[in-house]
Structure formats: C-alpha cells, structure tokens
Design a protein around this ligand. Structure first.
Ligand code: COA
Ligand code: NAP
Length: 268
C-alpha cells in the first residue's frame, strides 16, 4: 500500500525515471499531485514513461539525456525547470550493471559503470544545484548493498555505488548549510526489475533459495522503495540528511550470495 503524502505544487525530477524502481518512484510522486519530470537516454522509453505517468497527473514532462554527458544533463534540467519551476525533489537513479569476473572485465566495462552510476550522479547533482529550491529541497540517490558488502562479479558496481554513498554524505555536509537534504536509498533485491533479472534471476530454484535467505522471506517491491522515497522527500523526514538507508528486508547480502555464486558458475 502506497503511503499518502501530498506533494502538490512540488516539482520532482527523476533521472533514470523511465523504468523499474525509478519509474515507480516517479509514479508515486505523480499520484501525490507532484509535477514530475523523468529523464533517460532513449526517446521511446521517455515517451512510454510520460504516457504512463500522465494517467496519474497532467503535470508530466520527459527529457532525454545520458547522465554521462554533463551538458546534456544540464539541458534536461533547464527544460524541466522551464516547465515546472525550481526542483523540490531530485532523484538520481540511472545505473548500468552486468555480472562479470574482475579478472575478465575490460577496462571500458569497469569505466562504463563508474561513469553511469558515480560520475552520472555527480553530473546530475552538480547540474541541478543551481535549480534546487532552498531551503527545503531533497535529493535522493539510489545506491545498492554492494556499496558496503563485497559481492562476486560486482567490482564495478560495488566501487561505483560506494562512491555514491560517500558523495551523498559529502554533499549533505556542503549543501546542508543551504537547507538542502541529501540521502540515499539502498534497495535489496526488488522483484520485477531489470537489476533483479540481471543479477539474480537464474533458475526458479535459485530464486526460491534467494527469497528464503531474505530475513523477511520475500523480495522487495517497487512500492517498498517508492514509499521510502516519498517519506524521505517529505517534511516528516526534515532532520534526516546524509543518510544511506537500506530497504532490503533485513539483509540483502545473504539472499543474493547463493544466486551470485550460481551465476558465476554460468560465467565461468
Ligand atoms: N559482460 C561483460 N562486459 C560487458 C557486458 C557484459 N554483460 N556488457 C557490456 N560490457 C562491456 C562492453 O564489452 C564494453 O567494453 P569494451 O569496449 O571493452 O568491449 C563496455 O562494457 C561498454 O559496453 P557498451 O554496450 O558500449 O555500453 P553502453 O553504454 O551502450 O551500455 C551497459 C551500458 C553495458 C551498462 C548497458 O547494459 C546498459 O545500458 N544498461 C542499463 C540498464 C541496466 O543495466 N539496468 C540495471 C541497473 S542495476
Ligand atoms: P532499470 O529498470 O534498468 O532502470 C535504469 C534506468 O536508468 C532506465 O530508466 C534507463 O533508461 C536509465 N539509464 C540507464 N543508463 C542511463 C544513462 N547512461 N543515462 C541516463 N539514463 C540511463 O533498473 P532497476 O533495476 O529498476 O534499478 C534502478 C536503480 O535501483 C539503479 O540505480 C540500481 O542500481 C538500483 N538498484 C536496483 C536493485 C534491483 O533489485 N533492481 C537493487 C539495488 C539497487 P534508458 O535505457 O532509456 O536510458
């Protein structure tokens, strides 16, 4: 069940907001009366997301940008703010991932994930900085458990997401002085998403085993993450900043470990 918190007259911008978890976050804000901008690379994805979000709100805007392209990110933000004014909530969730052993990972494969996840998050925050409402804006970065726990075949994503965690804490110090709160959400395995498919969905038996390893005995839902985003962006979270908050049913690592080991046997 989605929590109810009004975001009427607020402008929410979601990078990577055209599918999966980030689209779910955008949809939750649209349902709470926010004006919402979603940004990603592919025109068809942006168009499809805008059409879906318009079922919840008329105040929806889509823009195209690759988060690796600093200028393009800036242009997307300019177009968003021309539509709906300063940004009240900024979500940075664009990411890329694949399973690969470090011994076989190409330098460009490593760099690509660092560029999308970590440099992309910096680009998004840096370009939005001048357009964030002060005081009161809330920034939510999307990180992952491998930022803090070593996981096989995730050297690139682990390094990138660890960087996002520290970026979150560092900028919470600097921008907090202007009344901007900056936090990160660390989702566990969220069913029905691309990230889940890429990392975990090997066989039905492995999926069942992974579910059994989650202390709460279920995978997360997109709604679980969207609810945390709504709360973090609301005034109820007005004293929370610089926090990296897991939403993983009590321990994501235990659940993904066997699945990653199995995936590794397939990679070998
Ligand atoms: N295994 C190993 N290496 C891989 C790989 C895989 N499955 N997929 C891509 N790479 C490597 C490529 O070989 C390339 O390196 P090279 O030039 O040395 O050969 C490098 O990564 C870049 O690949 P490319 O396809 O050019 O990158 P891209 O910018 O077009 O796409 C990805 C980025 C690879 C992350 C792509 O999967 C993507 O767009 N993902 C977005 C969706 C996603 O990952 N969702 C899950 C979020 S958790
Ligand atoms: P997803 O559906 O693949 O979503 C990724 C989004 O980012 C898409 O909208 C994609 O659209 C966009 N994107 C990708 N590369 C981009 C780029 N270079 N520039 C701009 N946009 C880009 O992924 P998901 O599984 O829902 O994951 C969403 C977030 O949650 C990610 O940050 C991920 O690391 C994190 N996470 C997910 C899980 C999980 O279980 N799924 C667990 C932990 C953390 P385009 O292709 O149109 O660009």
């Amino acid at each position: 069940m989605e929590i109810a918190l009004s975001f009427k007259d607020r402008h929410v911008v979601v990078f990577g907001g055209t599918s999966g978890i980030n689209l779910g976050i955008a949809q939750a804000f649209a349902r709470q009366d926010a004006a919402v901008t979603v940004v990603s690379r592919k025109e068809a994805n942006v168009a499809a997301a805008v059409a879906l979000l318009r079922e919840s709100s008329t105040r929806i805007h889509g823009a195209m940008a690759d988060v690796r392209d600093f200028e393009a990110v800036g242009q997307a933000i300019v177009s968003a703010c021309a539509q709906f004014g300063p940004i009240d909530v900024l979500v940075s969730g664009a990411a890329g991932n694949f399973l690969q052993a470090a011994s076989r990972m190409s330098p460009n494969g490593f760099k690509t994930v660092i560029d999308i996840d970590l440099v992309g998050t910096f680009n998004v925050m840096r370009q939005a900085y001048g357009q964030l409402r002060r005081p009161g804006a809330s920034v939510i970065n999307i990180t992952a458990p491998q930022a803090v726990v070593a996981m096989r075949y995730q050297a690139h994503a682990s390094a990138a997401k660890a960087g996002i965690d520290q970026l979150t804490r560092a900028l919470a110090l600097e921008w907090g002085e202007e009344g901007i709160r900056i936090n990160a959400i660390s989702p566990g395995p969220i069913e029905g998403t691309e990230g889940f498919r890429r990392l975990l969905a090997a066989t039905p038996a492995q999926e069942t085993s992974a579910r059994e390893h989650v202390p709460l005995k279920r995978f997360g839902t997109i709604e679980d993450i969207a609810n945390l985003a709504l709360f973090l962006a609301s005034e109820h979270a007005g004293y929370i900043s610089g926090a990296v908050i897991p939403c993983d049913g009590g321990g994501a690592t235990e659940s993904v470990k066997p699945a990653l080991e199995a995936a590794g046997r397939l990679l070998a």
